[in-house]
Design a protein around this ligand. Structure first.
Ligand SMILES: *Cc1c(COP(=O)(O)O)cnc(C)c1O
Length: 248
């Protein structure tokens, strides 16, 4: 990739992030840029890291297992360690152990079954594994996540959600830090706003119910809708195409 292009795209993203934060009266430091690097070559990942991006999101365990050692080689150990490596794609329970080997944070914990398995596998760790709970805020059948499209009006859905969250919070080797969602696929980003707002409302409700836990993070917003997500309280935008250009 042309390095000038990468630098220009990053500058534009940073500018738009700042403008969106400002229009919502939020400090831009509250919003972390996560480079969604699926299909992106390790050399390009190292380039964007050299430009100051320190948080990466990968979708697949297998892909990360291959690419991260290559990025480590390019960046050197300390710069590699300074980066945060997040899983942002769906995680199958049978790959939970491998995911824990590769990633610092898991953004897509979407069932008690998966959480229990991760908790067992993390039992020997010095500190709990940071996770986000993935929530389906749009009701789209193709989306993963705990169902919350009807939050807060759908009482049955809400009861199921709260039961699951309570059980996950009780797992000692996981540390829930907040929520993640993938916005609905819509032509106009404005149409994704209700889903982002729902995630924030849900987070606020969970924080009120379980104040002893951390609920800081809202991982929401992608290339087409991140400014709207920031206006609705996003703390982590996951950007692929806006940084790297169209995926091949
Ligand atoms: C691919 C992906 C992104 C980034 O998507 P873009 O539209 O390229 O910004 C963010 N989050 C998840 C979960 C993804 O799979």
């Amino acid at each position: 990739m042309d390095k000038g292009n990468l630098e220009a795209r990053l500058a534009e993203v940073r500018e738009r992030m700042a403008a969106a934060a400002q229009s919502a009266g939020r400090p831009v430091e509250q919003v972390r840029l996560v480079a969604a690097s699926k299909t992106v070559a390790p050399s390009v990942m190292a380039e964007i890291a050299a430009l100051g991006v320190t948080c990466f999101g990968e979708n697949r365990v297998e892909e990360a297992e291959v690419k991260l050692p290559a990025v480590r080689e390019l960046l050197g150990e300390s710069a590699f360690r300074a980066c945060c490596w997040c899983l942002i794609g769906h995680l199958q329970s049978r790959k939970a152990g491998r995911a824990l080997e590769v990633f610092d944070q898991l953004h897509t914990v979407d069932s008690l079954h998966l959480a229990e398995r991760l908790n067992r596998l993390a039992a020997n760790r010095a500190s709990p594994v940071p996770i986000l709970l993935e929530v389906n805020t749009s009701g789209e059948a193709t989306k993963f996540g705990l169902s919350a499209a009807g939050w807060p009006d759908d009482r049955q859905e809400a009861a199921a959600l709260l039961t699951t969250v309570e059980s996950i919070l009780a797992l000692p080797h996981l540390q829930v830090r907040g929520l993640m969602t993938v916005g609905p696929l819509v032509a106009d980003p404005e149409l994704a706003r209700p889903a982002f707002r729902r995630l924030r409302f849900l987070r606020d409700a969970l924080a009120e119910r379980w104040p002893e836990h951390t609920w800081l993070e809202l991982s929401m917003g992608m290339s087409d809708d991140y400014t709207v997500a920031i206006e609705e309280g996003s703390t982590m935008v996951r950007l692929g195409r806006a940084l790297f250009g169209p995926r091949g």
